[in-house]
Design a protein around this ligand. Structure first.
Ligand SMILES: [Zn+2]
Length: 308
């Protein structure tokens, strides 16, 4: 049973929109792709676990704070009397571990570039989770694994005792987990723990990274929901993409853009004028006003009206 589903982080959604509406700098682009790739890997992992049978609780994307230290968990599987912690990596290409346990990515010309040791990260996460459990009054044993989901990943010189699941081991890993899960039953305590973990989960990390953007600097208009092209035209009731043919009801498209605007500019008021400029192609302010009054609460009167 999934108690907490995975959704894109706000950080990723902001990068996605800004990338659609302007050109990101090279370092922003690199960061954005790391976020996209990470998310893609996590979703892939969710699909792998989807056929699991038996009694268990899955909590995805958790963020906790303990003694001013934040730590994030990709997937937590609460099984009867045992907790499985998974850190999912979508690494590609070749990596190598040297004798001192340092990780390097192997570049095209055989040069090596040091990369963060993900096992240290995993150990830190497990340690902090242990503290969090203690604080909540629980003591279940934790098994932590680093899961590499990308079939194009290879790691040279990995000792067999490292807590790693390689892409070629994924099927066996799921089968083994499945056979463990079908034998025992969850207790009330396990559900209590899931509830408490959810209550302690933080929605937003204070360390999130944002691309550099302004209202003026972003391209205005409604882009296609399916292929992100700005090459769309409006019918009386729908917006149609010239590129892929995707149709979206005008109200839904405007709403999508209002939510986007609110996410990008949380401190700026939502007004008919602002949304009209933001959406660009909607000719009539009345259409925008109607969508706003139907879906949001209006504050103020006439020209000063804004919506929350
Ligand atoms: Zn399209």
């Amino acid at each position: 049973m999934i108690y907490k589903h995975r959704t894109e982080s706000k950080e990723l959604m902001i990068y996605r929109v800004v990338n659609t509406r302007t050109t990101l700098s090279q370092s922003e682009m690199q960061y954005y792709w790391t976020l996209e790739k990470g998310y893609e890997g996590e979703v892939q992992f969710d699909h792998l676990l989807a056929p699991l049978q038996g009694e268990f609780i899955i909590l995805n994307d958790l963020l906790f704070e303990i003694n001013n230290t934040y730590f994030q968990i990709d997937s937590l599987l609460l099984a009867p009397e045992k907790i499985h912690l998974y850190d999912v990596k979508n690494f590609e290409n070749d990596y190598i571990i040297d004798n001192d346990n340092n990780w390097y990515s192997i570049l095209k010309n055989d040069r090596k570039k040091e990369s963060k040791n993900p096992i240290h990260q995993l150990n830190r996460c497990e340690l902090l989770l242990k503290q969090q459990l203690q604080r909540l009054g629980f003591k279940s044993p934790i098994t932590s694994k680093l899961v590499f989901v990308n079939p194009n990943f290879y790691l040279y010189q990995a000792p067999p005792n490292h807590p790693i699941i390689f892409p070629t081991q994924l099927d066996r890993f799921v089968n083994q987990l499945n056979s463990q899960l079908t034998t025992a039953k969850l207790k009330e305590r396990d559900f209590k723990l899931a509830q408490q973990l959810l209550q302690n989960h933080k929605d937003e990390s204070p360390f999130k990274n944002r691309p550099d953007y302004t209202f003026e600097g972003l391209k205005k208009g409604i882009y296609c929901k399916s292929c992100q092209s700005f090459d769309v035209f409006t019918n009386p009731k729908t917006i149609v993409c010239n590129k892929c043919g995707f149709r979206e009801k005008i109200e839904a498209a405007v709403l999508r853009n209002v939510e986007e605007y609110k996410m990008l500019f949380p401190d700026i008021k939502v007004t008919t004028t602002a949304i009209s400029e933001w959406c660009g192609i909607i000719k009539s302010d009345n259409t925008i006003r109607k969508v706003l009054t139907t879906n949001y609460q209006s504050i103020g009167k006439q020209r000063g009206t804004h919506y929350i």
